[in-house]
Design a protein around this ligand. Structure first.
Ligand code: PHE
Ligand code: ZN
Length: 889
């Protein structure tokens, strides 16, 4: 199944005698192998003597045999690159410890002891950004999933819960701010300009939720009064240069706290809630108890440097991490196979929050777009796994769209089946039953059954089965109504050949195209492989609207005539269904163009005329706001289109999609021009109207750029220049520049330079500068990216910067899939260069190459070649090894 990286046999192969020993294949960890840990660690004291290049950690672990586990005198403490400087048991030096690989094994005579271990680490040399590391002169930690073992020896698994007391000592000048989880219980001065602080967290937690921050930071303070009248001090800590950009994050935090009380009945449980922004961070943010650590990208925002999309992302991530306080921290995961227990649930919670804060239908469409363009491809490729995986080599590789986003969809389906009130009762029961525990997905499902009154026996398959179910819907007229035939299949995925039927909640309505009557919405459960239902209908032209609101994360195959799609796109009362019909119409046209099929089936102009007419309706429709109009104007992306074909030719998809865009840009030039003018007259505010106007303004430019590049270049330049006037927004500036970057115009170079000079001091904005060139439709985008990789501001050491160039590039399907394979080579080079520095981030660049089986043979061979080149490299990290071997397998 995976490429053999055979360990040299102990008795020695003569042919390998001179060769350096090959590293062993990282072991496969299995969900079914779970056993409770032999020891409990009720209390932990950590004492840090801080320095950027040398930090000493003294850990006191109070341990006791776990009555619920198999009895063992051996205490296995995980380590990663650590040496124990000293080991004490009950205060006395103990020399009989042994190392087994990276772990420390201590044999203990009795049932309860105190084990004291001293370790020394070099945070400045920590380029993996796991454990304790230095970032821009400050010290911070990242422990999820297995980073704590890079700080001290510990049973680094989520089912070992302890209360932590943390003392930090360090030079006051370097680290005026000293933070950890929980409450501040003491602080003072020490010798030689040092000072100290001590924090205590009363809530037992696993080691992955531990955090420490030390640095020279500014703070924005505020407070929140909980539903029971308790005062919580809020603080957002940032570096001096970022002061003044935390207001939106603070408002988002307070809204999240209030919303979780109102909607889920969850109250915050400490007197302090702190957030720290760090510019070197592998992920988005981390929910450490009482001390969330964030990537600066999801904290900092002001109109001059953040787009409307950035504002929404900050709000969503702040909420997500805050909501983890209950769904993740108060109730954590028993083992990492249960990751979706906290992540799927918390993503659903943040999605519902964002739906309530802004436009619910628009948020739903955005979330579905992410699911279908990221999770669906993952689920139909070599990395496919159930939301509760059965095995892994490196857990960092399982922080995926499947665990997060499909996980959220699975819980959303329970909510759809139960309705919001019974769903709330199920959640209440879950929180009540498992508070303080390390729980499983099964615990959650059982609480939903008991609390919401659902029968989820068959539904559990959603947790164990990978792959996206495909639902076929056929409609036939019968006496007095229509008969629906629904059937489901799930394609085989790696390691799962046979699939079973899953229960699929489908919201549907039966409209009539002739009379324009809109039918009432009902919920239908498709539970078997095939099912027939008869729906009453009076009218001659029934049109089925199905999977409304995207009630189930499935692919719907329906044979709707273009006229029916046009009707739904223009008239359906479910906004998602309108969007969906629009997408289907475009997908139908583009796929037939890509396949070179006779396009007449799609009507005049091979379907383009119908698309033009619906777009014209959408552009003129007063019944929707611009935020929604903006969604309806987004053409299906190239990855999503590729996903519709068993084997795709990315070049043909790109050409067909650009051709349609250009044709529409010309056919509707007057309309798009009018839209751009109208939207340009709306002010720079942050209300829905202004945000919507900005969204459609740039979208109009996108169509015009394809239809009339000269005119678009002028408009984009003007949009850019206007955005540089006082009060102008980054949204307009970035939008104008993105369009301009795709065109050949003298203004292109000038405005790119202007943007760079204007924002040179702001790394997050320089990230945008890299991204928008890497994403641009310019025919030389690949060469631009190659040149940008040599830019003095480019570095692989900062994950945001590395992603800003290369992830953006991977998303630029036409450039990434350059027929000569240069794009694939560049990504493989990136993986190889990044892997020794930061394996977690390096491994994230492997999946795009892993799509080779679904790409035409010429490119597929080139993609494979690059995967094999990575696989052949000596000393690959566990992270990259796992992703590459699964991708080739
Ligand atoms: N648990 C974090 C979240 O989803 C994600 C994360 C995982 C961050 C691993 C860092 C490391 O909120
Ligand atoms: Zn999360």
């Amino acid at each position: 199944m995976d490429i053999a990286r055979t360990p040299s046999t102990p008795d020695g192969n003569p042919h390998l005698a001179d060769a350096p020993p090959l590293p062993p294949t990282p072991p496969m960890i299995l969900r079914e192998d779970y056993r409770p840990f032999g020891w409990l660690v009720p209390n932990v004291r950590l004492d840090f003597t801080l320095g950027l290049a040398e930090t000493t950690v003294r850990a006191d672990l109070q341990v006791a045999r776990n009555p619920a586990a198999d009895s063992t005198p051996v205490l296995r403490l995980n380590g990663d690159g650590l040496n124990p400087l000293e080991v004490l048991v009950d205060g006395a030096v103990m020399n009989s410890w042994v190392m087994e690989g990276p772990d420390l094994l201590v044999t203990l005579p009795d049932d309860a002891h105190t084990v004291t271990i001293t370790t020394r680490i070099d945070p400045a040399a920590n380029s993996q950004l796991m454990g304790l590391y230095a970032s821009g002169g400050m010290l911070c930690t990242q422990c999820e999933a297995e980073g704590f073992r890079r700080i001290t020896f510990f049973p680094d698994r989520p089912d070992v819960l302890s209360t932590y007391r943390v003392r930090m000592t360090g030079p006051r000048a370097d680290f005026p701010v000293l933070l950890s989880n929980g409450d501040l219980v003491g602080s003072g001065d020490g010798a030689d300009g040092t000072h100290w602080a001590e924090w205590h967290d009363p809530w037992p937690k696993p080691s992955y939720l531990f955090a420490l921050v030390a640095g020279d930071l500014m703070v924005q303070r505020d407070s929140f009064t909980t539903m029971n009248g308790r005062e919580v001090d809020l603080g957002i800590y940032v570096r001096a240069e970022d002061e003044g950009r935390t207001d939106h994050a603070m408002q988002s935090l307070k809204r999240s706290m209030k919303w979780d009380e109102e909607v889920f009945g969850r109250e915050y449980d400490l007197g302090i809630f702190n957030i720290v922004a760090v510019s070197d961070f592998n992920m988005g943010a981390m929910e450490n108890k009482g001390l969330n650590v964030f990537n600066t990208k999801y904290v900092l925002a002001d109109p001059d440097t953040a787009t409307d999309g950035d504002y929404d992302a900050v709000e969503g991530v702040i909420a997500h991490e805050y909501f983890h306080n209950w769904s993740g921290n108060r109730i954590t995961c028993r083992d990492w196979f249960q990751l979706s227990l906290k992540e799927g649930f918390t993503v659903l919670r943040d999605q519902l929050f964002s739906q309530d804060m802004g436009s619910a239908p628009v948020k739903r469409i955005e979330d579905v777009r992410v699911l279908r363009s990221v999770q669906f491809p993952e689920d139909s490729g070599p990395l496919s796994h159930p939301i509760r995986p059965d095995s892994f080599r490196e857990i960092s590789n399982f922080y995926t769209a499947t665990v997060y986003n499909k996980g959220a969809e699975v819980i959303r389906m329970m909510r759809t089946m139960a309705g919001p009130e019974r769903f709330r009762a199920g959640c209440d029961l879950y929180f009540q039953r498992h508070d303080g525990e390390a729980a499983t997905c099964e615990d959650f499902v059982r609480a939903m059954e008991d609390g919401a009154g659902l029968d989820l026996r068959q539904f559990r398959r959603w947790y164990s089965q990978a792959g996206t179910p495909q639902v076929r819907v056929a409609v036939a007229s019968v006496e007095g109504g229509v008969e629906l035939t629904l059937s489901q299949t799930t394609p085989a995925t790696p390691g799962q050949e046979g699939k079973q039927a899953v229960p699929i909640p489908l919201k549907l309505a039966l409209h009539d195209r002739a009379t324009g009557t809109l039918g009432e919405e009902t919920l239908l459960m498709l539970t078997g492989a095939e099912q027939r239902v008869t729906l009453p209908h009076d009218g001659d032209a029934p049109v089925l609207s199905v999977n409304r609101g995207f009630s189930a994360p499935v692919v719907i195959r329906r044979d709707l005539a273009p006229d029916d799609l046009v009707f739904l796109a223009a008239r359906d009362d479910d906004p998602f269904a309108r969007y969906e019909a629009m997408q289907d119409l475009v997908v139908g046209h583009l796929l037939s163009a890509v396949r070179g099929e006779a396009p007449e089936k799609w009507g005049a102009e091979g379907g383009r005329a119908a698309i033009r007419d619906v777009l014209a309706t959408v552009l003129a429709d007063d019944g929707i706001d611009d935020l929604m109009r903006g969604e309806l104007l987004i053409l299906p992306g190239e990855t999503y289109l590729a996903e519709q074909l068993p084997v795709a030719d990315p070049g043909r998809i790109h050409t067909a999609r650009e051709a349609l865009k250009g044709w529409l840009g010309q056919a509707l030039e007057g309309e798009f021009l009018a839209l751009h003018h109208r939207a340009s007259r709306v002010g720079n505010g942050f209300d829905a109207e202004a945000k919507g106007a900005r969204k459609v303004k740039t979208q109009a430019l996108v169509f015009l750029a394809a239809g009339n590049p000269g005119l678009a270049a002028e408009l984009a330049t003007a949009q850019y220049d206007a955005s540089c006037e006082p009060g102008g927004t980054m949204t307009d500036r970035q939008g104008g520049l993105l369009v301009l970057a795709g065109l050949d115009s003298p203004a292109r170079t000038a405005r790119l330079l202007d943007f760079y000079n204007r924002h040179q001091d702001n790394p997050l904005v320089i990230d945008k500068w890299f991204s928008l060139q890497a994403q641009s439709l310019h025919r030389n985008a690949l060469a631009h990216v190659q040149a940008l990789a040599q830019h003095p501001d480019f570095t692989l050491r900062n994950p945001n910067r590395a992603r800003s160039l290369f992830m953006a590039f991977v998303g630029n399907a036409n450039a990434f899939h350059a027929p000569g394979g240069e794009g694939y080579r560049m990504i493989a080079d990136t993986v190889l260069a990044l892997d020794p520095l930061n394996p977690q981030t390096a491994a994230r660049f492997v999946p795009p190459l892993g799509r080779w089986r679904r790409i035409e043979p010429g490119r597929a061979a080139l993609m494979r070649e690059q995967l094999e080149r990575i696989a052949a490299a000596p000393r690959l990290s566990r992270d990259t090894f796992e992703q590459v071997s699964r991708s080739l397998g």
